[in-house]
Ligand binder design. Structure first.
Ligand code: 28F
Length: 376
């Protein structure tokens, strides 16, 4: 290998400069990566780390995620997945763990036919969290060993080293947000609690534990075997349902997984929440359009066929069918296109037809089979 000007290995030098440029860009324009540097941006740091653990669960390798707000204000997230790979890169001579932690968007760990969860600004990668943290410690248990590396504002303090042995596997990330970037580095327990509870409802096989060393009386454990059906019951806790239990529909077509749970209560408001790959699509999109079209058409057909509409002068509109509706629609799409002001509107046009057909077919069968509920 030819030696660089100061005798350093030029390949390593080049890679190093590229890494430093990346981290420097993140620290110069953090809002481009996490939306803003207010409390919301601070919490996006946590969501970015959590989402990588959720991805490991979606891939089928982790079923428990623990998050702790430590006494000193740092946050620790652990999962019991495979552990981030640590093998040393053949040419770059650095561990895969260091690549994931220091190179922008190195964490693109899943290929097309799995679902990359992405919170915040949709999966910027944990290297962004690293660049915006005064320090970050990564601990990986894999191949019977415990690997460790510590970073200061994204720069490794030393090479990845083995600090012990262990049987299980998993990844643990502790980070302390950089006070030079964020004015306020206090994590709000209630904010974290709400997002983690939502993620547990959306991923029914996952257990999520939330601990606060500043006040351990608030510790929580979320695990909802009923998934989004339990979510609808939770949302409707203070309402009176007009049907025994929520209707649950699921199916998948063309690599799109659709799940919807809904029930009617005696109120007049429409309480519909929609998610794509665990992202809360506040602005709706093609999945919601498909669900609304299926609901309106199926209920209208049923009502007309069973002459439940007294006079033929009125046709019920979509809004009529959403009075008193509490609904959670959660879909998983390999390549979601997000639009809208806050990038929380799904744009994939093919999804509307997929959701409409899955919901339409299952719902009309359900109404035929349970006329008592249908009539109500
Ligand atoms: C506390 C936060 O970040 N968990 C993670 C994995 C597992 C793999 C992975 C992550 C492949 C090489 C890019 C392991 N074995 N929790 C986490 N768990 N990343 S992040 O792979 C990273 C990609 O570098 C993993 C086999 N395949 C993937």
């Amino acid at each position: 290998m030819a030696k660089g000007k100061n005798g350093a290995d030029p390949t390593y030098e080049a890679g190093d400069i590229q890494v430093l440029k990346g981290l420097e860009h993140v620290r110069k324009r953090p809002a481009m990566y996490i939306g803003d540097i207010s409390s919301r941006g601070l919490h996006h740091l946590v969501y970015e780390v959590i989402d990588n653990a959720i991805d490991e669960a979606l891939a089928g390798y982790a079923d428990k995620i623990t998050m702790t707000v430590n006494k000193n204000g740092s946050v620790t997230v652990t999962d019991n997945g495979r552990g981030i790979p640590t093998e040393v890169h053949p040419t770059e001579k650095i561990s895969a763990l260091e690549v994931v932690m220091t190179q922008l968007n190195a964490g693109g760990k899943f290929n097309r036919d799995s679902y990359k969860v992405s919170g915040g600004l949709h999966g910027v990668g944990v290297s962004v969290v690293n660049a915006l943290s005064e320090y970050l410690e990564a601990e990986v248990v894999r191949d019977g060993k415990v690997y460790y590396q510590k970073y200061k504002r994204g720069v490794p303090e030393a090479k990845v080293k083995v600090i012990g042995n262990a049987k299980k596997t998993g990844t643990k990330v502790t980070f302390y947000p950089d006070g030079e970037i964020f004015k306020n580095i206090n994590f709000k327990f209630e904010t974290l609690e709400e997002r983690l509870r939502e993620l547990a409802y959306l991923n029914k096989d996952l257990t999520i534990v939330l601990k606060d060393e500043r006040d351990s009386s608030k510790d929580e454990e979320f695990h909802y075997k009923g998934g989004i059906v339990d979510f609808v019951k939770y949302l409707d806790e203070s309402e009176k349902s007009i049907m025994g239990k929520p209707i649950y529909i699921s199916g998948d077509r063309e690599n799109v997984q659709v799940e919807v749970a809904f029930q009617y209560n005696e109120s007049y408001n429409d309480n519909t929440y929609t998610f794509v790959n665990n992202i809360n699509t506040h602005e709706g999109g093609t999945h919601l359009e498909g669900f609304k079209a299926a609901l309106t058409r199926t209920l209208n057909n049923y009502a007309t066929k069973n002459n439940l509409i007294k006079s033929d002068k009125i046709t019920l509109t979509g809004d009529d069918f959403r009075e008193g509706l509490t609904c959670v629609l959660s879909i998983k799409v390999p390549e979601p296109q997000f639009e809208g002001q806050t990038k929380t509107k799904l744009g994939n046009s093919e999804v509307k037809g997929i959701v409409q057909s899955i919901v339409g077919e299952t719902l009309s069968n359900f109404l035929e089979e349970t006329p008592s509920i249908a009539k109500r």
